[in-house]
Design a protein. Structure first.
Length: 94
């Protein structure tokens, strides 16, 4: 894992909590565009596997930390853009 990622994800960090809220909102907005088995996913709804917006945001953090997804600094210049790209990919591949 990249050292600068570990610093960002230290527990108790208020900025991390604000970032998590923004990422959860981003996932919710992406999910509202989805249809699942003929029904539109609505606010508070879940998708296959029971995933909710918060789950996608947490998974993005986890994938960044464990190295499942590596950060391309050219394509995603900020951490938030990088994490949003993970969320977008996960939601698009349901």
């Amino acid at each position: 894992m990249e050292d600068h990622l570990q610093e960002i994800f230290d527990p108790g960090d208020a900025e991390r909590e604000r970032l998590l809220k923004r990422l959860t909102h981003h996932a919710l907005c992406k999910m509202r565009l989805l249809w699942w088995r003929g029904a539109k996913v609505k606010k508070g709804g879940s998708v296959p596997g029971g995933y909710e917006p918060y789950d996608f945001a947490l998974d993005a953090f986890q994938k960044a930390l464990d190295g499942t997804r590596s950060w391309n600094h050219v394509k995603n210049s900020t951490l938030e853009k990088f994490l949003r790209s993970i969320i977008n990919s996960d939601i698009n591949h349901l």
